[in-house]
Design a protein around this ligand. Structure first.
Ligand code: R5P
Length: 288
């Protein structure tokens, strides 16, 4: 077995290779004068199981093309099996036509990965589980929530409660809460009078408690900042946003900090300075 390190996931690739005590191959990558990408895997792969690790975070299109080139090159080198490990799968949120004529982007992305040479596919906390049905090869969606829960346990939070940022994040909140052995809930719009709708935790009180807000992705930070405002109005103590994928587009982290949130907890599906939790053990476990 060998790990081929895509340029978007150098640290995670090294961590996965360490899990298997196997060789880490860093491909040769450079740009032609016109901007096209040159890709070469400079090692023998004949009969090997090649794990190609490449997140499709920003710049999504470049990282996707590199992933496809690496999968094809690994296949051409005679790898017996090529596993595409795409910890953050770009375009997963464009999984249907919201308006006629829109591209179902994720469907095409999945086809590209499969046709490029992947024999199987692994991702983490994809936005909608159904996305894996776009593949005809075996495709696995892992969850980092228990790993995040274990990390949060180490923070010694005061009477913590885990709150999903919306109904969609409720299952994720449950998985973290189970690991922490605490209560969970999610934010929901509720009609309190015929004229008034408020967003608040569906069942639980957060007053004087440390609150972990969970989402799969933090992108602009808008969802988390809004959730934090609501929870503060409900007298929450500390606010701890936790997510799998720290997309953190543009000045998102500064905006989150300006909103009085000191710490964001995320994984290395996207390598960022807030990536405190590695998904390498998760990936190793499913491959084992
Ligand atoms: C949306 O459905 C996702 O689960 C996240 O809530 C969303 O992507 C977060 O985006 P932002 O940080 O821009 O609010």
């Amino acid at each position: 077995m060998l790990v081929v390190a895509g340029s978007a996931s150098p640290k995670l690739s090294a961590r996965v290779a360490k899990q298997f005590k196997c060789q880490l191959v860093r491909p040769t990558l450079w740009r032609f004068p016109d901007g096209e990408l040159y890709t070469r895997i400079p090692t023998e792969l004949n009969g090997e199981h090649a794990l190609v690790v490449q997140s499709t975070c920003y710049p999504q299109n470049d990282n996707l093309v590199e992933l496809c080139f690496l999968l094809g090159a690994a296949k051409d080198l005679g790898a017996e099996r090529v596993t595409a490990i795409v910890p953050y799968l770009a375009y997963a949120r464009q999984d249907k036509q919201f308006k006629p004529g829109e591209a179902i982007s994720i469907r095409t992305v999945c086809k590209l990965i499969e046709h490029a040479g992947a024999d199987d596919f692994i991702t983490v906390d994809v936005h909608q589980e159904e996305v894996t049905r776009n593949f005809s090869i075996p495709a696995y969606n892992l969850t980092a929530m228990p790993l995040l829960g274990r990390y949060l346990n180490g923070l010694k939070l005061k009477n913590p409660v885990v709150i999903g940022a919306d109904r969609g994040a409720s299952e994720r909140a449950k998985q973290i809460a189970l690991e922490m052995g605490v209560e969970y809930d999610h934010l929901e719009k509720q009609r309190v009078t015929p004229e008034k709708v408020v967003t608040q935790p569906k069942r639980l009180s957060v007053a004087n408690r440390d609150v972990v807000i969970v989402d799969d992705i933090i992108s602009t930070g808008g969802t988390i900042i809004e959730a934090a405002k609501i929870l503060r109005r409900q007298h929450a103590r500390g606010i701890y946003p936790a997510c799998t994928h720290p997309v953190l587009a543009g000045k998102a982290l500064q905006r989150i900090r300006a909103a009085g949130i000191k710490q964001v907890i995320a994984t290395d599906t996207i390598e960022h300075r807030v990536s405190a939790v590695s998904v390498a053990p998760l990936i190793a476990n499913v491959i084992h």
